[in-house]
Design a binder for this molecule. Structure first.
Ligand code: ZN
Length: 113
């Protein structure tokens, strides 16, 4: 969903330009993915370099702030993944060990009969 005018202006002020090419975002370039108690999860795609960011924007009595990260996800993919559980460190280590094991390399190089 596109941001309404007031929210769009608030988000635009906190995420003024692309972190990759510094092109200024248009006021309607942000797409609201979720909203909860003055916190907005927003996806923004740069029209010039195609870099996307996910931003968590907050507005409360203390002021406004944003936290942004560059992503290769589009807005639909971001929505699908936003409620998934995080990856645990043990899972990352297990995958690392698997990818470096001789057994894994052998599996890749063996031909199926
Ligand atoms: Zn850009």
């Amino acid at each position: 969903m596109a941001l309404a005018n007031k929210k769009s202006a608030e988000v635009h002020g906190l995420i003024p330009c692309c972190p990759s090419c510094e092109t200024k975002y248009g006021i309607f370039s942000a797409k609201l993915l979720a909203e909860n108690n003055g916190m907005y999860l927003v996806h923004v795609n740069c029209k010039k370099c195609r870099t996307s960011i996910l931003a968590l924007v907050t507005n409360n009595q203390l002021g406004s702030s944003s936290f942004c990260l560059v992503t290769d996800l589009n807005s639909e993919e971001s929505l699908l993944l936003k409620d998934k559980t995080s990856v645990h460190l043990d899972e990352v280590l297990n995958l690392h060990e698997l990818l470096n094991s001789k057994k894994f390399l052998k599996t890749l190089t063996e031909e199926e009969i």
